[in-house]
Design a binder for this molecule. Structure first.
Ligand code: IMP
Ligand code: MG
Length: 174
């Protein structure tokens, strides 16, 4: 099926918002260190841009969970594909996600991370589709609330394509 990409958020809009979130996090964690946990692969572009704009000391780690196949609907099945390299004990953790959709992935992930005795865990997502929520999750930092559209770019993919777009686009199926 052929698809077309329509711009939803420009590169300038996304960059500006990431700077604002970076400033907010730097303020909220003044005098502390933050440990950013990136959810691969989608969260990686956002995390790199955000980390550069945080002025308190930052450490990073990565984990990978599977919730989507080649389709655009969540399977509800969450599996850890790659776990973190380091323990979370006594750290201020911020989970960095590309998008919160149904909330299933995050709800599972946050419970698991909290069981590892961090000082606290907050959630930061570039995009949020609140209309799609099935499981309640508290988001601490949100880039943009967006309508119920399937989006790509800035790390987000459709069937592993379009992650490298420097803006957020909507996938339109003809
Ligand atoms: P959830 O468990 O339904 O909240 O799904 C979260 C994950 O689904 C995200 O981390 C993305 O990998 C993927 N996802 C959800 N919506 C979209 C979208 O619009 N475009 C690309 N990936 C999406
Ligand atoms: Mg993701």
């Amino acid at each position: 099926m052929a698809e077309r990409i329509e711009v939803l958020l420009t590169e300038e809009e996304v960059d500006k918002r990431i700077q604002e979130i970076g400033d907010q996090i730097s303020k909220d964690y003044a005098g502390k260190k933050v440990h950013l946990v990136c959810v691969l692969k989608g969260g990686s572009f956002f995390m790199c841009e955000l980390a550069k704009r945080i002025t308190v000391p930052v450490s990073i780690d990565f984990m990978s969970v599977s919730s989507y196949g080649g389709d655009t609907e969540s399977s509800g099945v969450v599996r850890i594909v790659k776990d973190l390299d380091e323990p979370l004990k006594d750290r201020h953790v911020i989970v960095i996600e590309d998008i919160v959709d149904s909330g299933r992935t995050l709800s599972y992930l946050l419970d698991m991370l909290r069981s590892r005795e961090p000082l606290d865990v907050r959630l930061c997502t570039l995009l949020d589709k609140p209309d799609r929520r099935v499981v309640d999750v508290k988001v601490d930092y949100t880039g943009f609330e967006i309508p119920d559209e399937f989006v790509v770019g800035y790390g987000l993919d459709y069937d592993q394509k379009y992650r490298n777009l420097p803006y957020i686009g909507m996938v339109k199926f003809e």
